[in-house]
Ligand binder design. Structure first.
Ligand code: 5GP
Ligand code: MN
Length: 353
């Protein structure tokens, strides 16, 4: 039996907004991942089943390995389609925010979001939500926002899921799978598999989802992976930490594109005794972030992963103005790669033991 984890008051309030709207926009975070796309698209499929108009707006593009997701082709990318996205948001009588909990995570789309007077519902699993939405469904202990979306709809319909298309279920499965590393962390409780059982029963081809997401890399990406591990990885055994970084020239050499970084930071955790892993790479400053960059043309994207009771979110928050989950966090640095590397080197010993 799937328990009712979300409090009744929030379920009732969210239900009122979802059922009461006629034209909704769903927004998710910058550089959307499987859980961001999955949760946003699942809400869209649900609203459409209720007979509503619903459009997904993303701050910048999703990686190529998510292009197959049902509905991905129709999302409005704010960087490429600002006018259409602005129009949809201005017309909307509801905005649903999934997989982020602060306007800072959506770049300049944040200003637009805050300027809208319509109702807002947040469905998210990160710590410390900003109180910018009318209804906040925030569950930091939930492994994925997709599971939270499923549970919300489950509770809204009192345990009898409405007749939703397989596209909805596939989107939910994708986020549950990606945010748990294919059910290898944050995934040790039976109810998760009851939900997975329901999804497979509803027609999800879980093996096909796995193949679409994890077995669709370019050869260049595999060579980049080899290069990182062979040439770039440093290990600090006394602090159980591993570190590697890539500058623009290296990325160019391997024809790097956004999604190619996915999963690289996890690899050093396969080494016995390594509990913390950090990966930094040079990135361009996107238009939607220029106001954050103070003139810097370079952004350093920091990704960290850890295992068990070895948090990385405090390090990311303190040193790189970032945050995230205990075992999967990130941050940004606007300036040269060397400066960001130095910051890591000066501080990791205090945090990692
Ligand atoms: P990734 O390493 O996959 O980019 O990010 C892992 C997790 O860290 C994300 O799900 C998100 O929770 C968090 N995260 C990544 N980058 C940032 C950031 O710049 N700021 C904050 N607050 N969290 C981040
Ligand atoms: Mn997520």
């Amino acid at each position: 039996m799937i328990s009712n984890l979300i409090d009744n008051e929030s379920v009732t309030a969210a239900g009122r907004f979802l059922r009461g709207c006629s034209q909704a926009v769903i927004v998710t975070h910058m550089s959307p991942d499987g859980d961001a796309m999955g949760s946003a698209l699942a809400v869209r499929h649900y609203l459409e089943q209720l007979g509503k108009k619903a459009v997904v707006v993303i701050p910048n593009n999703y990686p190529a390995f998510l292009a197959w997701m049902p509905g991905a082709q129709e999302v409005l990318n704010y960087e490429q389609n600002k006018d259409a996205a602005n129009e949809a948001m201005e017309k909307a009588d509801l905005v649903v925010c999934t997989d982020f909990n602060t306007p800072k995570r959506i770049g300049i789309l944040g200003e637009k979001l805050l300027s809208l007077r319509c109702c807002k519902v947040m469905i998210d699993h990160h710590l410390y939500p900003d109180k910018f939405a009318d209804t906040i469904i925030s569950f930091p202990s939930m492994p994925s926002s997709c599971e939270l979306v499923y549970r919300l709809i489950w509770q809204l319909h009192e345990g009898k899921m409405p007749d939703l298309p397989v596209e909805f279920h596939t989107c939910i499965y994708t986020g549950m799978m990606t945010d748990t590393g294919n059910f290898s962390f944050n995934s040790n409780y039976p109810e998760m598999y009851e939900i997975v059982g329901n999804l497979v029963r509803a027609g999800v081809d879980k093996d096909a989802v796995y193949n679409s997401v994890f077995n669709s890399y370019k050869a260049d990406r595999m060579r980049l992976l080899g290069y990182c591990l062979y040439r770039k990885m440093e290990i600090f055994p006394e602090h159980h930490a591993a570190f590697f970084c890539l500058n623009r020239k290296e990325l160019y050499k391997f024809n790097f594109s956004g999604g190619d970084a996915e999963g690289l930071v996890n690899l050093p955790l396969q080494i016995k005794g390594v509990h913390y892993s950090c990966f930094m790479r040079e990135d361009k400053v996107y238009e939607s972030e220029q106001h954050l960059a103070n003139g810097s043309k370079t952004k350093i994207k920091i990704s960290m992963r850890s295992q068990g009771d070895h948090p990385v979110n405090t390090f990311c928050a303190d040193i790189f103005h970032g945050g995230g989950h205990k075992n999967a966090s990130g941050g940004e640095y606007y300036g040269p790669l060397e400066e960001a590397v130095n910051l890591f080197m000066q501080n990791y010993k205090k945090y990692f033991n």
